[in-house]
Ligand binder design. Structure first.
Ligand code: PLP
Length: 402
């Protein structure tokens, strides 16, 4: 790889950077200043800690999962991020960025959402902190995630249906970026994952890093050592980066990200950006992207709206290339089976997204991805309420009901 393509700011090796219209540069510079000056300040940190404890519900527990572990032939311990206010890890990042919006003197936030979790978290945080919220969502995702749309509206947010392109997350991000360029003075773009132009991948990672920091401390206190592996699903990559970050320096801990293999990698109907993508530009950053031979972005597919994205956070592409993290894919069917297994075995209905990580664990020993009995920390990043309707529809389809 020649050095000319190496990004100048916010680089993770040859990935990351800031590839945006000139118009956005001042807003991104302002955000980078806020990241460096406001976020570490004592006033911001103490207000954020209070918000995370009282409103978001931190710390979340670490839970042993004996029946699921037996089914896997592993010792699986789960970080219960699905217990957070809003039902997913997304609230960590949103609380941080919404508070930062107030500190930057802005009154309006815009956001994109796929599964609706980020949109809900944004709507709730905006209500709590007195901000106006507009959420962009693909028309297809609005259909898949109807209860979350109602939640956003109840909290006072406007949900804008995006009817362009594949009518999913990628298109919602395009529309949110368009809005931002027109309203830079008043508006913060509250991006929901570790993607986009610098400084978003670092800003979001740092707000999500509390997951891994907390889990590492809890694990050490309980077991006096470190896990053999840390496993998380990867859509844009924020819950995975959040739990990986505290372990990156622990070379003995394997980091494994699980991507949506959809109907199978060979069918091209998937969203496995790290397993099957190539370097390219998407949404202002150089990263691993699903694209055709001419470099056109391909549509992603996943049963899980939150994983249905043809790009991924640039730091993951970097961790993959340097061999520090490993990325694998599981199919829709495997994820749905795992969704059922965790519900039956542990009484926890997971979101479709972490069901992908669970599906990997169920076959990891059989496929020699992990040794039998390995100690695994798994990020249970969201609960399944939002996916129930899709699940029942899918289940009816499998049984041949109408
Ligand atoms: C519960 C849940 N998990 C995971 C994801 C994927 O996002 P990320 O890879 O940024 O964690 C989403 C996205 O909406 C989600 O709702």
């Amino acid at each position: 790889m020649s050095t000319e393509v190496r990004p100048k700011v916010g680089a993770f090796g040859e990935y990351g950077g800031r590839y945006v219209p000139e118009l956005l540069v001042p807003a991104l510079d302002e955000l980078e200043r806020a990241r460096r000056e406001i976020v570490p300040s004592r006033a911001f940190q103490s207000e954020l800690s209070r918000l995370l404890a009282d409103w978001v519900g931190r710390p979340t527990p670490l839970m042993e999962a004996p029946a699921f572990s037996e089914a896997c032939g592993l010792e699986v311990v789960m970080k219960r991020e699905e217990l957070l206010h809003g039902g997913a890890h997304k609230t960590n990042n949103v609380a941080g960025q919404a508070l930062l919006t107030r500190y930057m003197g802005k009154k309006r936030v815009i956001a994109e959402t796929g599964a609706g979790q980020h949109g809900c978290a944004t709507a709730m945080a905006a209500a709590r902190l007195g901000l106006e919220a507009v959420v962009y969502m693909g028309e297809k995702d609005i259909e898949r995630q109807a209860p979350n749309v109602k939640r956003m509206e109840l909290c006072g947010a406007s949900v804008v249906s995006v009817r362009t392109g594949s009518r999913t997350l990628k298109d919602a991000i395009n529309e949110a970026l368009r809005d931002w360029t027109q309203n830079l003075e008043t508006t913060h773009y509250l991006l929901g994952t570790v993607c986009g132009p610098h400084p978003f991948p670092k800003l979001v990672r740092d707000f999500q890093a509390i997951i891994g920091r907390e889990a590492r401390g809890q694990w050490r206190k309980r077991y006096r050592n470190l896990p053999d592996a840390v496993v998380a699903c990867v859509g844009g990559g924020s819950n995975a980066m959040g739990i990986f970050h505290a372990f990156v320096r622990d070379e003995g801990v394997q980091l494994i990200g699980v991507e949506p293999g959809g109907r199978g990698i060979e069918t091209r109907e998937h969203g496995a950006t790290l397993v099957a993508g190539r370097p390219g530009l998407l949404h202002g950053a150089r990263t691993s992207v699903l694209q055709d031979d001419e470099g056109q972005i391909l549509e992603a597919h996943s049963v899980s709206a939150g994983l249905d994205y043809p790009g991924v956070g640039p730091e993951h592409a970097y961790l993959r290339d340097i061999g520090r993290a490993r990325y694998v894919a599981v199919t829709d069917e495997e994820a749905l089976d795992a969704f059922e297994r965790l519900s039956e075995l542990e009484g926890i209905i997971p979101a479709f997204e972490p069901a992908h990580a669970l599906a990997f664990l169920l076959k990891a020993v059989r496929e020699n991805e992990l040794r039998a009995g390995a100690h695994v920390l798994m990020n249970l990043c969201g609960r399944g309420d939002k996916d129930l309707e899709t699940y029942f529809r899918f289940h009816a389809g499998r049984r041949g009901d109408s």
